[in-house]
Every structure is written in C-alpha cells, then in structure tokens.
Design a protein around this ligand. Sequence first.
Ligand SMILES: CC(C)(COP(=O)(O)OP(=O)(O)OC[C@H]1O[C@@H](n2cnc3c(N)ncnc32)[C@H](O)[C@@H]1OP(=O)(O)O)[C@@H](O)C(=O)NCCC(=O)NCCS
Length: 308
Amino acid sequence: MPWEPLPVGAADAPRFADLIFAGMRAGLLDLREQGPRIAFALEADANPIGLIYGEIEDSRTGHVRSIFVKPEHRRRGAAGALLRAIENEFRIRGCSEMRIAYVTGKPSTEAVEKLLRAAGWNDPQPDTLFCRVDERMANWWAYRKQNWLTEDFTLFDWTDLTAADREHILRTQAESPWIPEDLVPFQYEQNLEPLNSFGLRFKGEVAGWMITHRLDRDTIRYTCSFMRGDLQKRFRIAPIYQEAYRRQSEAGIPYALFMVPYRHPAMVNFTKRHWVGKFATAYESRTCSRPLAAPLAEAVLKVQTHAI
Ligand SMILES: CC(C)(COP(=O)(O)OP(=O)(O)OC[C@H]1O[C@@H](n2cnc3c(N)ncnc32)[C@H](O)[C@@H]1OP(=O)(O)O)[C@@H](O)C(=O)NCCC(=O)NCCS
C-alpha cells in the first residue's frame, strides 16, 4: 500500500501525541504555521499509526527529532515515507541539510540505520559514549587503592562552595582559562544531586569537582568532573570518581551514568578499554546528516519570475 503522510497542524497535533517520546511532546503540541516545528503523520482506518517530528534550526538545518511507527505496521515502508515527506518540507523551507541523532543498543537501532542508509544519508558519526557503571566498580583497582590524595587535598560538598571560591574560579578563568569551557561547573548546578556533588581543594584552593544529577531512583549521572591540569598525573581524577561512587553506594544507589564525548578520544578509549565489560555497559549516541539539494530548478524559476 502506498503511504501518504499528512502534514500535522496545531489543531490535530494532540491526536498524535502518543506517537512521540515524552521529551519532544511539548514541541509537537506547539506547532505553528511556517514555524520551525514540522510534523507528518500516517493513519490506517482513521487511526494514527506513525509520526515524524522535526525542527528547523538557523533556517538551514532540519533536525529529525522523532520518528515512530506502531509495531503492527512496521517493515512496510511507513518510516521511509515519513522521512521522505519531512525531507521534502525541509527542502521547500530552504534547509541545506538534515540531521538526526539516535542511540545504539535499542531494539530499533538496526531499523533506523537501515532506513537512513537506504535514504542516502552519510555514514553515522559517534557523538557521546554512555557508560553505565554498576556495583562491580567496587572491585576496580582504582576504587580499592587507598591514599590517593595527600594531606594537601581536602574534599567539600559543592553546596558549601563559598562566594569567595566562586569569585576566585570565575576571575582566574577569565584572566587565563584553566578549565575547558564544557567543564566549568557553574553551568551544571541546577538540580544537582547534593549527595555526591563535591569539590576538591588543593592547599585551600578549589582545584577539582564532580557535579552529578539524579536521573531516577537507581541512577546518578556524573555530569561534570574535572581536576586542575598541573595536578593531573596518571589518572589522578580517580579519587574523585572513587569518592563519588562510594557516597552513592553507601546510600544504596547502584548505577552511575558517565557520558564521554567522542571529541575526547583518549577518554573514550580509556573508558572502553578499562571499564566496559568489567563493571560497565555502554551504548552511544550517533548523529547522521544528509545534504539537501535546493528545490527543483523550475520551482525556483517560477518564484523568480513571479518576483519580477
Ligand atoms: C525505526 C522505525 C521508525 C522503523 O519503522 P518501519 O516503518 O518499520 O520502517 P520501514 O518499513 O520504512 O523500514 C526501513 C528499513 O528498516 C528495515 N527494518 C525495519 N525494521 C527492522 C528490524 N526490526 N530489524 C531490521 N531491519 C528493520 C527495513 O527492512 C527497511 O530496510 P530496507 O529498506 O533495506 O528493507 C520503527 O521501528 C519504530 O518506530 N521504532 C521505535 C521508535 C524509534 O526507535 N525511533 C527512532 C529513534 S527517534
């Protein structure tokens, strides 16, 4: 059966709200004519069975944020038809490329990758390694090693960071940057997990930190960890991980989620080699893009003639 995706407008968006994952639902329910959000849907016997949702960024990149087909209608080309419909709309709206992000290790990963390959997308690129650490971490050599830190180091709860500490970090960072931008702690303080968000002082000055967030009852995300460059020796960040995990383990929270961006390849390799399979399971997010040619020349010509 040939699929005919229908554009979704603000009025009928609620009918399709079950076909998008929760994080994107607010965007679907806020569709506006000629706005940056776009959706197409498929129906069978007047029932919603598939939805694709995307957003245009900077007037040039069309992001596919969600694609879903009800299980009983899969493997019949429905997703391919939805993808073609949104691609066409992105092109009409002047986008020069489209992008999608997805994670590996899910039941649909193979289908997503086949779908993109068949539609001529570029090869997927790994973006972030997600590493879920469990209780086996307690047997890790670095966890068992004692006395990592000399008496020059002291730990403190991040919630006890003083105004003077904060001012010192900001001022020294402005004078001569010593923290990579993505590891500056203040951007991650909202809703931090007080249990194991802490700092490390060296001779009284803040020189490292771990900022964490609670994802669910059993899992804490290690959002941002850092140790000042001149203090980093071989894996000197280890005592920070050790302390963070000790605290959550004592509180009965078994899992820690680390996210390692692929732009730090040494960290990715380290994590894969020493953690994955020993006390962690891993999956990764990937991004995939596809250049979009301009709309058909005759359509452009028509617009130009009209303008003249
Ligand atoms: C991914 C998904 C949208 C595919 O929908 P679909 O309608 O079954 O896809 P299509 O029928 O258009 O098939 C696309 C390709 O994937 C292949 N495929 C589909 N399901 C597959 C599966 N379970 N295993 C292997 N290949 C699969 C098809 O054979 C086809 O490849 P081909 O053209 O080489 O034959 C659907 O599985 C789904 O809704 N999954 C859950 C949501 C999700 O994970 N979305 C992606 C992240 S946003």
